[in-house]
Design a protein around this ligand. Structure first.
Ligand code: DGY
Length: 323
């Protein structure tokens, strides 16, 4: 009997091709909007699936595992895996994998784009033009600030944070400070980055950029008190996970000009926006697209497929997130 898996959203052909080559059958939900937990459970109960390819928008917990007792793997199509109850998977001996290293370039470049959009006031300028407000060159119009020479505070220096640091160092001569649970000696040597306590970083950085995973210890890491520690001229960039920032506190800080501005690709109540956020001029919002590049998406599709194949053929998860 051929192996069969369920894929909760469409993945690029690069991954499907690998599954086809191995004769692994798949049912794939073809809708664009994320399915809710109830729908996932309903679909999983239809057949005895050997595995599942899931997404960061899918809550994978006890109930979902119960709905698919034959699954040996949940291959998560993302670097982050905070949507999966890892402890529960571990108890049940179900493999859980992610797609490390697939989006370092994409997310680092998107982070840079957000930083530059903030310092150059790019999106404000775009809105100004479209509103027909431009009446001619004005030396005082939308005056921004240089990126060059800025102190950048990176919270988390894994693969993505490190890529951001390298690009900033080599492209803009930035001074890099970072906070992390571990010392990043390689990054220090390559970029001159200096490790700081979190509060010290917040007080010193011109731009604070978040690159940590979402954990109980990083939930609301940036809250009202922490925002108050930042410079009045500072910017906050979040391309990690929404709940790392207390978004209600952030809206207040942006309204009161406690900090100068923020750029967010991820949201605390995703896909909902916290009240007041979209009305602010000093915030840039993108719809969780930092890794949305063909190269990254194809790599992610190949990695989830390879993990499924490896677990179903040899019982080995190539990119296990279970320690
Ligand atoms: C990830 O990989 O975790 C991104 O947030 C989505 O691609």
């Amino acid at each position: 009997m051929p192996k069969q898996i369920y894929i909760t959203r469409r993945i690029p052909d690069a991954g499907l091709k690998l599954l086809d080559e191995k004769g692994i059958h798949y049912d794939m939900c073809d809708e664009h909007n994320p399915p809710c937990k109830k729908d996932i459970i309903k679909k999983l109960k239809k057949k005895q699936y050997d595995g599942v390819i899931s997404f960061l928008t899918d809550p994978i917990d006890k109930d979902v595992f119960d709905a698919c007792p034959t699954a040996k793997i949940f291959a998560n199509f993302s670097v982050g895996f905070n949507n999966v109850d890892i402890e529960e998977a571990k108890k049940r001996n179900i493999a859980v994998t992610n797609t490390p290293g697939t989006s370092n370039t994409a997310v680092a470049e998107h982070t840079l784009a957000l930083m530059l959009a903030l310092t150059t006031r790019l999106t404000e300028g775009d809105r100004y033009m479209r509103a027909g407000k431009y009446k001619g060159w004005d030396p005082c119009l939308l005056v921004g600030t240089d990126m060059k020479g800025k102190v950048i505070g990176l919270v988390g220096t894994g693969a993505i944070g490190s890529e951001v640091a390298r690009t900033l160092k080599h492209g803009f001569g930035s001074t890099i400070i970072y906070s992390d649970v571990v010392e990043n000696k390689a990054l220090e040597e390559e970029t001159g980055a200096v490790k700081k306590e979190m509060d010290e970083l917040l007080k010193t950085a011109d731009i604070v950029s978040l690159h940590c995973p979402l954990l109980p210890s990083t939930t609301h890491l940036i809250n009202e008190d922490k925002l108050k520690m930042m410079k009045k001229t500072a910017f906050l960039v979040n391309t990690s996970r929404g709940p790392v920032v207390d978004e209600i506190a952030l809206v207040k800080a942006l309204q009161n000009k406690t900090i100068q501005g923020a750029a967010l690709d991820v949201f605390e109540f995703e896909p909902k926006l916290t009240k007041g956020l979209a009305k602010l001029e000093n915030v840039i919002l993108t719809p969780h697209i930092a890794s949305a590049r063909e190269s990254a998406r194809n790599m992610m599709a190949e990695i989830v497929a390879k993990n499924v194949i490896s677990v179903l053929e040899d019982g080995k998860a190539l990119n296990s997130v279970i320690k």
